[in-house]
Structures are given as structure tokens and as C-alpha cells.
Design a binder for this molecule. Structure first.
Ligand SMILES: C[S@@+](CC[C@H](N)C(=O)[O-])C[C@H]1O[C@@H](n2cnc3c(N)ncnc32)[C@H](O)[C@@H]1O
Length: 452
């Protein structure tokens, strides 16, 4: 007889947790460990780009080789995230010898600890164990999450909770698509119908028994996992495939079902345009094979997110698309730093602009000289590298150097940093403060408006 597990809430802050493996399982598990404040040591010869970004940002330690027993020195917990059963067994044998609890992605029956299905609501965490059956745990977790989300009303019904592939899942999906702007299978009309009444309902119910695939472009918000929209979250829970950008909040991935295929879009090789073609192809291929594909993007999919290109590629292939807008960093990052992008009597307009090209670049589409003549708020994304040239251009064309300016790095996350300065000084201050992307630069009198 198997005894019941004993539930615990581990307080891992500052405590060493060793993660063995650097693939997609580790990519999904590490964010929750970091969120718990664990001192994570990752042991793996290679890492996904998402994990690499965590290492580069100094959030965890990486030992770039295979596991050795001394890696467990000082550890409180081990997560084995490799699919080689022999190697996994040898890690768990060392853990058992040292009385360290060991979670095993490859074999739950051999593990000494299980990770529950989790739903988080502010300070409340609900963790569900399904008696060794992760699907059962997810189903119960989803039901609890729905109960906790009573504010959401009748739109968020149990019908949308069915497993993708089941008839309940297909019904829920079709219902969602019908209620949302979609790009129909009409090719050229795809972009227009993305805002209109054309629906993929027909495509969703076509084919009799076989469920039709589709793509959902979901804005994941700026960084705080709670800033995804209700609709975006619901559709994410219905996904068979999730194609995620590097900037999406890692905790959202932690809550996916284990059978969801996670494609790390930042891992796709080639230059930006070839990589985008690859992503488009993945979206189309998976959807045509019948999958519900969620393309999860940081912020809003249509704000410097290439969402439009993906919608057009899907429409051209006859794949229905739902677009779920997201909370864009261009507004949320200033807000998180206490800066409203407009304020009565201070700024009656705000302009969002990309600074990824220098003002004198022949490829730039931005009229920096014209922007310098505006009185309102300027929000610059992807502008750190060119900030000295951008600020100099704005000043040269008339924007006063004493105009207040701010930089907000990693807004809405636990590592948010804010620099306050002026247009004339901000580029130098940025270097001195060693701020890094992702960051938003705000220029205008709204910076400081709410300061006491
Ligand atoms: C490719 S753009 C994508 C923007 C995204 N679609 C949006 O609506 O927020 C990436 C840029 O967004 C900004 N950004 C995204 N997330 C951010 C965050 N949490 N804090 C500050 N800036 C952020 C940075 O300027 C970053 O270089």
C-alpha cells in the first residue's frame, strides 16, 4: 500500500536548491524556485536560452557539466529535471544517502517529493496533489482556481476547462474563438477580420470528429505573472503547444500541464527575420496538425511584438487566430515606477517609440526631430543602447535638457529598478547606475508629477 504524501509549504528563501538538467522541465520549474527566494544551483552541460538569461542576470548559479555528488553539499532540496533514468536514479541515490528530498521529473514513483499543481492568488497559494496523477491534480487545481475567480462571472465556465483534445476542450475553444476577434481562413481578409465579426467557429467545428487547431496570440503582460489578462490566462490553460518569448513571466510556464509542448522562441537560431519565419512556420504547422497553439508574448502582442506578422502568416495558411491584448510595458513600466503617462494639466498625449535604431540610421522610421517638438510624454522602448544619441537628437531639436526623465528596468518584477534623471543627464546616469534591458525610458513632465 502506498501511504499518503504529507503536504508541506517549503520556505526556501536563501536555501540551496539543486536543479539537475537545463532543458524545458528545468525552464518550467526554476521560476517558482526563484520566486520562493531559493538559492538555485543549476547543474547541466547546456541550458535553454531562458535559463541562460536567468544565469546572465545573476539570479542563479550554473555549473556547466554533468552532476557530481558534491553538488548536493549544503542542499535542502533537489529537482531532477533530466530524462535519462540511469542518471536521474544516481542523483536521487546520492540525495537519499544525504537525506535530501528529491523531486524527479522522469519517475514520480521513485521520487521522495512531489511538486503539486499550483494556483496563486496574491498571497494565497493553493497546491494540489493528485495521488501521483498529475492530470487529476491539474483538473482539481483548475476547478479551485475557477472557484477563487468568482469575480470573473459566467464567461469563465467549467466548459472551458476541458482537456484539449476532449470534446469539452474543443467546445470551450470554439466558444472562445467565436467571442473574440479572429482572423478567419479567408487569407487576405485575415487582418481585417481580426478586429471584426468573422469567426473561426466554422473552422473549429469543421471536420466532424477531428478538432481543428488554431493559434492564440496572447499578451503575457510586462513581467508580473498576475498581469496577464483573465482571457489570456484561460486560453493558456487550454493550450497544447505554447511558443514563448524570453520576456514572458516564467511563473506562467510553471503552471502549464506537463504534457504541453513548450517551444522556446528565443532558442530558434538564425537572424531575426529567419527566426520569425521559423516561428510562423511552427505556429502554422502545429495548428494545422490540430493543436491549440498559444503564442505567448511579453507585454502586448502588437506593440513591437511582431504579432501582426504572425497573424498574417496564419491567415495566409488558413489557420484561425484569436488575439488577446496584453498589458504593455510602455504604459505599465512607467506606472509601476509611479509615473502616469498622462496627467491633467501636465501631458495630454503620450508617444511610444522604439529606440532600437540610432536616430541617424537610414533604416529608422522615427522622426526624432518632430518628436522633440512635442510637449507630451515620450516612452522609448528598446532604447538603452542608443540613448545617448537619442537624447542628444531630442535636445538638438528643441526639447529642453532639464525635461524630467526616468528609466524603469524589469518593471513589475521583484527586480525592478528605477532611475530618475533629466533628458540631459539620463544617458550618463544610466551607465553609472549600470541599468540593463529590458527597460523603458520615459521623458516628460509626468516624471515626478506624483512625487510628494
Ligand atoms: C520587443 S519589445 C516588446 C514590447 C512588448 N510587446 C510590450 O508591449 O511591452 C521589448 C522591449 O519592451 C520593453 N519591456 C518589456 N518588458 C519590460 C519590463 N518588464 N520592464 C521594462 N521594459 C520592458 C523594453 O524596452 C524591451 O526592450
Amino acid at each position: 500500500m502506498t501511504a499518503n504524501p504529507y503536504p508541506l509549504g517549503l520556505r526556501l528563501h536563501g536555501r540551496r536548491v539543486v536543479v539537475v538538467g537545463g532543458g524545458t522541465v528545468a525552464t518550467r520549474r526554476v521560476p517558482a524556485l526563484l520566486d520562493a527566494g531559493a538559492d538555485v544551483l543549476l547543474v547541466a552541460p547546456e541550458l535553454t536560452p531562458a535559463l541562460r538569461a536567468q544565469v546572465d542576470a545573476g539570479r542563479l548559479h550554473w555549473v556547466p557539466r554533468r552532476f557530481e555528488p558534491e553538488d548536493l553539499d549544503g542542499a535542502w532540496l533537489v529537482q531532477v529535471a533530466i530524462d535519462d533514468p540511469m542518471a536521474a536514479a544516481s542523483v536521487s541515490a546520492v540525495a537519499a544517502e544525504r537525506r535530501i528530498f528529491c523531486i524527479r521529473a522522469d519517475d514520480r514513483t521513485a521520487a521522495t517529493a512531489w511538486t503539486p499543481a499550483v494556483t496563486r492568488h496574491g498571497p494565497v497559494t493553493v497546491a494540489v496533489l493528485g495521488g501521483g496523477d498529475p492530470r487529476r491534480a491539474m483538473t482539481v487545481r483548475d476547478a479551485i482556481r475557477d472557484l477563487l475567480a468568482v469575480r470573473l462571472g459566467s464567461d469563465r465556465t467549467a466548459s472551458t476547462r476541458g482537456r484539449p483534445g476532449s470534446s469539452a476542450g474543443a467546445t470551450g475553444g470554439t466558444d472562445v474563438v467565436g467571442a473574440t476577434g479572429t482572423a478567419g481562413a479567408g487569407g487576405a481578409t485575415g487582418a481585417a477580420s481580426a478586429t471584426g465579426a468573422a469567426s473561426a467557429t466554422g473552422a473549429g467545428s469543421a471536420g466532424g470528429g477531428r478538432r481543428a487547431g488554431r493559434v492564440v496570440l496572447v499578451g503575457a503582460g510586462p513581467g508580473d505573472p498576475e498581469l496577464i489578462t483573465v482571457k489570456g490566462w484561460r486560453l493558456l490553460t487550454e493550450a497544447d503547444v505554447v511558443v514563448a518569448d524570453r520576456l514572458v513571466p516564467g511563473l506562467l510556464l510553471d503552471e502549464l500541464r506537463p504534457d504541453v509542448e513548450l517551444v522556446d522562441a528565443s532558442k530558434i537560431p538564425y537572424g531575426p527575420s529567419r527566426a520569425q519565419e521559423e516561428i510562423n512556420q511552427i505556429l502554422v504547422d502545429r495548428a494545422l496538425a490540430g493543436a491549440v497553439v498559444v503564442r505567448l508574448k511579453g507585454g502586448d502582442p502588437y506593440v513591437f511584438g511582431r504579432g501582426g506578422e504572425e497573424l498574417l502568416a496564419c491567415a495566409a495558411a488558413g489557420v484561425p487566430v484569436t488575439v488577446v491584448p496584453g498589458v504593455t510595458s510602455s504604459i505599465a513600466a512607467p506606472a509601476a515606477a509611479g509615473i502616469p503617462v498622462t496627467h491633467r494639466g501636465v501631458a495630454h498625449e503620450f508617444t511610444v517609440v522604439s529606440g532600437h535604431l540610432a536616430p541617424d540610421s537610414p533604416a529608422s522610421l522615427v522622426r526624432w526631430d518632430a518628436l522633440a517638438g512635442l510637449h507630451g510624454t515620450l516612452v522609448i522602448l528598446m532604447g538603452l543602447k542608443n540613448l545617448a544619441a537619442i537624447t542628444a537628437t531630442l535636445i538638438a531639436h528643441g526639447r529642453p535638457p532639464q525635461t524630467p526623465a526616468a528609466v524603469v528596468q524589469e518593471a513589475t518584477t521583484g527586480t525592478q529598478r528605477v532611475l530618475r534623471s533629466t533628458l540631459g543627464e539620463v544617458a550618463a546616469d544610466l551607465l553609472a547606475a549600470d541599468l540593463r534591458p529590458p527597460a523603458v525610458v520615459v521623458v516628460g513632465d509626468v516624471v515626478g508629477t506624483l512625487d510628494g
